[in-house]
Write a protein that binds this ligand. Structure first.
Ligand code: AKG
Length: 259
């Protein structure tokens, strides 16, 4: 079934994406589907996390296994999340906004545990992806209500249309090793848009779109989301450069006892 039969107003989604560098579908998945996804995630946290490589799961506090803050490649460990990444409406949406076949790369989990969830530094995903041309998107599915208090995403509207990449440098935030070093220009401030929403809201951003999030300031609420990464079939990854960067990062994080 085509996406347009399931998601209202899809005819404007590509135009909106090309203009702004992101779209929001509120909601993409209804309450019943979100209850299922949240149940499966709880199962995954209980049964699959203990089997994951230490380089694929990060904790806000490594001594407390209840503080999982980020996971990568869920699709490699579990068929439910593999299907969700490769066969759900999110994949169709990625093809709609990219305007070409989309190849699933990575299902991620982003949490900000209550009270201790740190900020997400301003960054462009494509800076990490090392692809050319920069034809890639990330879908971001809210698993619970997100707002200014628990650290919803913030986008800089139109930032995907800038030349090249913004300068990035090493960040001390686990899971986001690179952040934009000149962030906070008048253009960044004027065009920042907060993206609050309920469980089931699906955001999707271009890999050049600048985005960030505040720390979780709620003492009681977490801020859980799934990330869906897709490359357009025209994007050529520099696999050797990516592997070399990841190996160096993993070694540094292990040496610092962060993973
Ligand atoms: O969830 C977050 O705070 C960051 C997510 C992110 O950077 C992404 O989806 O590309």
């Amino acid at each position: 079934m085509s996406l347009s039969k399931k998601v209202p107003e899809t005819s404007t989604l590509k135009d909106d994406f090309d203009r702004d560098g992101f779209i929001a579908v509120r909601p993409l998945f209804n309450a019943e589907r979100m209850a299922e996804i949240n149940r499966e995630l709880d199962r995954y946290l209980r049964d699959c996390v203990p089997l994951m490589s230490e380089t694929d799961v990060y904790y806000e506090d490594k001594a407390n296994r209840a503080t999982v803050k980020q996971m990568m490649f869920l699709e490699r460990y579990d068929p439910f999340f593999s299907d969700l990444l490769k066969s759900s409406l999110v994949h169709d949406l990625a093809e709609t906004v990219l305007g070409e076949p989309a190849i699933a790369q990575n299902m991620e989990y982003f949490n900000k545990p209550p009270g201790i969830g740190k900020q997400t530094p301003p960054h462009q995903d494509g800076y990490y992806f090392k692809i050319d041309p920069p034809q890639a998107v990330t879908g971001w599915l809210a698993l619970e209500p997100v707002d200014a208090e628990n650290g919803c995403l913030q986008y800089v509207r139109g930032s995907h249309r800038g030349e090249g990449w913004r300068p990035h440098g090493r960040s001390e935030i686990l899971g986001f090793s690179q952040g934009i070093t000149d962030f906070g220009t008048p253009d960044d401030i004027a065009n920042t848009v907060a993206m609050p929403g309920g469980a089931g809201m699906l955001l999707m951003h271009h890999c050049k779109t600048v985005h960030w999030a505040s720390p979780n300031r709620s003492p009681t609420r977490s801020r859980r989301a799934l990330g869906f990464v897709f490359y357009g079939e025209s994007a050529r990854p520099d696999e050797a450069a990516k592997r070399a960067y990841q190996a160096k990062l993993d070694a540094e994080l292990k040496a610092a006892n962060k993973i």
